[in-house]
Design a binder for this molecule. Structure first.
Ligand code: GRF
Length: 222
């Protein structure tokens, strides 16, 4: 995706719960701040609020079965998710509070085209309840990260980060609330970079290329 797309970026969002990050994408699209379309929302939880938010925005919402597994999807279910995403011509998959680790069917179907939002400054505090981990560790600054997804847990190349200071008296929830505000901004900002074709990955290092106008200025004779 290293070029301006010439069409709204076609997104598929995977979410397990509340869906506030999904909502920030839907709002940015609706207000014209983000040149993207959410083509489909998929959840592993049939009662996820994220599915309600999708339907309210007129976006197809699909719940997939989980067969009693807790941390991953059955291979057949992952293959079903791939079919759904392809049927909606998704170009970039966004994990927005999706609580399962992905495996080959999805990873291989969307190489370099799956991103995740995580509520810490990775590589610190991967995995569950990153906000509590940060508080208990006693760090003074935490934040949020958007990264490419690979087979590890919160391990893939980092695309963008925002810091959030921890203040006296913070609880897990007060901290999570402040991080969430930054998540919503960061996710839309990163998606805007993808929509403009500015994201370049070289190994683990991800660079955001300057906007075309800035490049033109750089190339102009002085
Ligand atoms: C967010 O904190 C996200 O970083 C984490 O799960 C939470 C999901 O929140 N992966 P929401 O469902 O987007 O409101």
């Amino acid at each position: 995706m290293g070029h301006p797309l010439g069409h709204p970026l076609r997104l598929g969002v995977l979410a397990s719960g509340r869906g506030s990050n999904l909502q920030s994408i839907l709002d940015a699209v609706a207000s014209g701040r983000l040149a993207a379309q959410v083509r489909v929302v998929v959840s592993d939880q049939a009662d996820a609020e994220a599915l309600v938010r999708a339907r309210r925005a007129g976006v197809p919402a699909v719940a997939v079965s989980t067969d009693g597994l807790r941390t991953r999807l059955e291979a057949a279910t992952e293959a079903e998710v791939v079919r759904v995403l392809r049927a909606h011509e998704v170009e970039l998959v966004v994990l927005a509070g999706f609580m399962r680790v992905l495996h080959a069917p999805l990873l291989e179907a969307f190489p370099d085209a799956i991103i995740n939002i995580h509520p810490s400054l990775l590589p610190a505090f991967p995995g569950l309840d990153a906000q509590r981990q940060a508080l208990e560790h006693g760090v003074k600054i935490t934040g949020c990260t958007v990264h490419f997804v690979d087979a590890g847990v919160d391990q893939g190349p980092i695309i963008g980060q925002r810091p959030v200071p921890i203040v006296d008296g913070d609880t897990r929830d007060s901290l999570a609330d402040r991080i969430l505000i930054e998540e919503h901004h960061l996710l839309v900002e990163v998606l805007d970079h993808f929509a403009a074709g500015r994201v370049r990955r070289a190994g683990r290092r991800v660079r955001i290329a300057p906007p075309a106008a800035a490049l033109d200025r750089e190339l102009e004779p002085r």
